[in-house]
Design a protein around this ligand. Structure first.
Ligand SMILES: Nc1ncnc2c1ncn2[C@@H]1O[C@H](COP(=O)(O)OP(=O)(O)O)[C@@H](O)[C@H]1O
Ligand SMILES: [Mg+2]
Length: 235
């Protein structure tokens, strides 16, 4: 079942990797290493967790791996596509077509319905997109809520809308930065379950969290501390 979703893409190798990635910030003469010499390889079709305390570099690693932020040393790539060897336009285009993003807050437009919020963000906001959004919503237990406005939805429901929105382009990778941080545990697990479902369809899922319980179903957990990989190793 993965073939139908992912076989016709131009970047054939869907492995995410960074090699010696360092991200250094200089503020008023003070240097902070958000990442220090991080090398990881993430083969496709798995659910990865990135874990660590606040300030350990989790978001930085997600931004570097998704091409949102250029490392100050080393490199990151998606298959053979090395971000810092390409133009910003090419990287943006890759991100738009191949990656989906979920953040801590769902960022829904308040004057649109759940369905409209999803469809306006689709690559082609047509009838087919609408039907696809309805199918995905139903799949996540959200049927009947498509015409509600964000103010009429719970936090967990809003976040699942943002998960569906991220799935509309059939992304090779969904990156989620603390997607459950504003939710109670029950709703947190439902959002994680929705994301893990993408792995089960052959996609890669990368979830940043400081809550290890949310990663019980992950294939591999990357542990960070002070911007460095720790040797807690794989799960
Ligand atoms: N724009 C920035 N300027 C300076 N320091 C930053 C900036 N962004 C992040 N940092 C620092 O980098 C480190 C890692 O940040 P971050 O990746 O956001 O960690 P986490 O997501 O694990 O909380 C922290 O010490 C943070 O203060
Ligand atoms: Mg963060």
């Amino acid at each position: 079942m993965t073939e139908t979703l992912f076989s016709d893409r131009t970047v054939a190798d869907r492995t995410l990797a960074c090699e010696g990635a360092t991200l250094e910030y200089s503020d008023a003469g003070r240097t902070t290493f958000a990442l220090r010499d991080v090398s990881v390889t993430l083969p496709p079709g798995k659910f990865y967790g990135i874990m660590g305390p606040s300030g350990s570099g989790k978001s930085s690693l997600l931004y570097v791996m998704s091409g949102l932020k250029e490392p100050t040393g080393g490199s990151a790539r998606f298959g053979g596509f090395v971000y810092n060897r390409n133009t910003e336009t090419a990287v943006t285009d890759l991100r738009r077509t191949r990656f989906g993003f979920v953040f801590q807050q769902p960022f829904l437009l308040p004057y649109l319905t759940a369905l409209e919020n999803i469809v306006v963000a689709a690559p082609l906001p047509d009838k087919a997109a609408q039907e696809k959004a309805m199918r995905l919503l139903a799949h996540l237990g959200m049927d009947g809520l498509e015409n509600k406005q964000p103010s009429q939805l719970s936090g967990g429901e809003k976040q699942r809308v943002s998960v569906v929105r991220a799935m509309m382009s059939d992304p090779d990778v969904i990156f989620a930065d603390e997607p459950t941080a504003s939710l109670d545990r029950k709703n947190g697990f439902r959002v994680i379950e929705a994301l893990a479902g993408w792995r089960d369809r052959g996609g890669t899922v990368v979830v940043v969290t400081h809550d290890g319980d949310m990663l019980a179903g992950a294939d591999t957990i990357i542990h960070l501390r002070d911007g460095e990989l720790t040797d807690e190793g794989d799960k």
